[in-house]
Design a protein around this ligand. Structure first.
Ligand code: GRF
Length: 187
């Protein structure tokens, strides 16, 4: 099987990146991670790239041309798939159009519910029975593209933000890889 080259965008801890790196070791998994992009030079996730000898790019989003810098690297590494794994910057319409690549994102709620930030707080405030995560394609509206995989769990009495986050991330680490397999097996 010829694997596709993927680029993972991160901003922080990188637990989703870590799970993806682990799964790329399986020769049946459809992608290799060829590049990691971070907008935060202090992101812990960069360590996962370093440990696994994956090239990484730290971008300065204050510079006007930063998206062009990313686009050039995406071309250089022949990237087919861009995965936003906790990337805390909005991707511009221009970038989506100019990259011409599949771009997917992971979001910690059952979209279309709770788009945007502070999802766990809002889930609890709204007395939801269930929550979970969604992997979806990116379009030009925030957290609104077509869903690829969604996973959910029932909320227990007494679950707080920390517990919801832990339970959601556990599901995310499976959902992201399942979505990638789905994209290349069934699309
Ligand atoms: C994840 O929970 C994801 O849903 C959200 O940001 C978080 C990133 O976590 N978009 P990590 O950096 O992968 O640990």
């Amino acid at each position: 099987m010829v694997k596709k080259n993927a680029c993972i965008f991160i901003s922080g801890y990188g637990s989703n990146l870590k799970a993806l790196i682990h799964n790329t070791r399986d020769h049946n998994f459809p992608i290799n991670i060829s590049l990691v992009v971070s907008n935060n030079s202090k992101a812990k996730g960069i360590l996962h790239a370093k440990k696994n000898s994956i090239p990484y790019l730290i971008i300065n989003t204050k510079k006007r041309n930063f998206e062009n810098v990313i686009l050039a690297e995406i071309k250089k590494y022949k990237i087919s798939l861009i995965c936003l794994a906790g990337y805390m910057k909005i991707i511009s319409k221009k970038f989506i159009k100019n990259s011409g690549k599949k771009i997917i994102n992971i979001h910690p709620s059952l979209l279309p519910k709770f788009k945007g930030l502070n999802t766990f707080e809002r889930v609890l405030k709204n007395n939801e029975k269930k929550t979970g995560c969604t992997v979806h394609f990116i379009n030009d509206k925030l957290d609104s593209g077509k869903t690829i995989v969604q996973k959910s769990f029932f909320i227990n009495k007494g679950d707080n933000v920390k517990v919801l986050k832990e339970k959601t991330q556990k599901l995310e680490h499976k959902a992201f890889s399942e979505a990638i397999i789905r994209i290349y097996r069934y699309n």
